[in-house]
Design a binder for this molecule. Structure first.
Ligand SMILES: [Zn+2]
Length: 243
């Protein structure tokens, strides 16, 4: 009678031990399934995407003045422009591109009366007429060439800014119909100067108007854009192609 309890406890102990071991194996297995992919991803990112070497782009800042046209008379300060470029550089850091303000140049705008006429017409202006007037009013003789140039005026004929590959110049208003200049619009126009076109990709820097997405949230660059922009940046001159 005394041996019976011993015989019964031994299998029970083994059963409990087996269950415990199985449970531990299951637990270890589920943990390793959760953590391993993360570890692998981190390692893969580290090995396949080495940090890009920073490219510094000198850009000459032209501040236009006009006694005849308040639209052309830029009132912004060098400190404001520097602060806008701080935001621009945060956006472009994803491509390891940094804009460096080479110098500030103060110039008198041309064709003030013609520019005011185009502003009055707004979106009713003939596109060809508007293009020729808008790009005739900034002087070209003090440009950084080859290189990058940006012209600040008070307010564009419409929209926030424009890039002209013929003059290799960004033209931008310190104010826009929506209010003060949004630096992401400035970063967008500089994207054109690096050969980037518009594309439909949510939150992309070069996306056109997208319902529900604010311009300040459109700051992303995809790998193809980064590669293209860096190629043009390394060339030492702004994009001059048609498209
Ligand atoms: Zn654009």
């Amino acid at each position: 009678m005394s041996s019976t309890p011993t015989l019964k406890t031994k299998p029970l102990l083994w059963t409990r031990l087996t269950v415990l071991i199985l449970f531990m194996m299951l637990f270890w297995s589920s943990c390793s399934q959760q953590t391993n992919p993360l570890i692998v991803d981190d390692q893969a990112q580290g090995s396949t995407e080495p940090a890009l070497e920073e490219i510094v782009i000198p850009i000459r800042v032209h501040i236009l003045r006009s006694a005849e046209s308040s639209h052309l008379n830029c009132l912004c300060t060098e400190a404001q422009i520097t602060a806008w470029f701080d935001v621009v550089n945060t956006i472009w850091s994803s491509a390891a591109i940094r804009w460096d303000l080479e110098s500030f140049v103060y110039e008198e705008a041309n064709n003030a009366a013609e520019f005011d006429r185009i502003v009055e017409l707004g979106r009713d202006a003939d596109p060809g007429d508007r293009h020729s007037v808008v790009h005739s009013m900034y002087p070209l003789d003090q440009r950084l060439a080859p290189g990058w140039n940006i012209f600040f005026i008070n307010r564009m004929a419409f929209g926030g800014g424009v890039y002209n590959p013929e003059t290799k110049s960004v033209l931008i208003g310190e104010t826009s119909p929506g209010g003060d200049l949004n630096p992401s619009i400035l970063a967008h126009e500089l994207g054109h100067s690096l050969g980037l076109q518009h594309l439909r990709e949510p939150y992309n820097l070069m996306a056109g108007r997208q319902p529900g997405i604010e311009p300040r949230d459109k700051i992303r660059l995809n790998p193809e854009q980064v590669a293209r922009a860096r190629t043009i940046a390394k060339s030492g001159d702004a994009f001059g192609g048609s498209r």
